[in-house]
Ligand binder design. Sequence first.
Ligand SMILES: *Cc1c(COP(=O)(O)O)cnc(C)c1O
Length: 387
Amino acid sequence: MPTRVEDYYAPETFERIKRFADTKETPFLVVDTATVKQQLDELIEGFPFAKIYYAVKANPAPEILSLLRDAGASFDIASIYELDRVLSLGVSGDRISYGNTIKKSKDIRYFYEKGVRLYATDSEADLRIIAKAAPGSKVYVRILTEGTDTADWPLSRKFGCQPDMAMDLMIMARDLGLEPYGVSFHVGSQQRDIGAWDAVIAKVKVIFERLREESDIQLKMINMGGGFPANYVTRTNELQTYAEEITRFLEEDFGGELPEIILEPGRSLIANAGVLVSEVVLISRKSRTALNRWVFTDVGKFSGLIETMDESIKFPIYTEKNGELEEVVIAGPTCDSADIMYENYMYGLPLNLAIGDRLYWFTTGAYTSSYSAIEFNGFPPLKTYFI
Ligand SMILES: *Cc1c(COP(=O)(O)O)cnc(C)c1O
């Protein structure tokens, strides 16, 4: 089936994007800021009790950050560079969480000096460093999650610790003069199984209870990370369904009196707002009898489409050409054979697609420009326009 605009955008939204795109040279990303605002409003409506900490890595453009700043959001930050960017836009330290569990002592000190008092951790060594470099701060412990095979871009294994260790760390935090504040998790980005939240919230409840009963520690916060969906080829439930179900899981485990709830959306806020516009550079066959054509575009893995690695994220690809479809391999313009986006999952593109035609990659607002290489083969980083 060809990608249809109406499955992904309101007609007037795509028209607005297209009208702007027609005036620019490819390749580039267009981000429709009204869509970002709409996604934010939808998330707030679904989770009226939650505080939103935007995961800056998804798209750190000042245009996005200032929109979210003005809407009252807070920020989940992973480096001193992201911190400087957000501070330079007038956001104060009390709206920032240092969410990376891997950090240098001098960077923690820098965050502390800038007024940040909320830190993630998942190890004893990191906790000891936080206690020295950011004394008295609030710390929350990240736990490992399972079921990440239903997430299209898992964030498992590398981050988090087992619940038993999480409890040890919260006790140690208290003993080191920090404030043991809560528990965080990330169920995996683009998590298609809402049940993943159910399993991990149940674990969090046990941690809360045991710390209260055995160690007299009352945790106050659950940071539920990201994982909320964007609209790719592999469909998901609506965000509203996520919100209803996850709220039910929380209420089942924590009753009417929920702890403070933090969400750290990245993808779900920004992805739908972006369209990456590219041009077909070359179409070829590898032999006289080859069944599939190769379509080479002026964007690739190194210019923003790294999430096609292992074909994890299947971006909807739209062309204005129509007619009979043929399955094609789609690859980027660089001299690296890793720069093939899709060859197992075969996209159907029209047989009359020609060199010079434009391909529109939908749902590319998140994790594209921020991943784009600086100068591989001399190609510049992905240009982004905000409308
Ligand atoms: C990347 C990241 C997020 C954002 O996740 P999405 O699935 O893009 O919403 C949230 N929290 C942390 C700690 C992250 O590393």
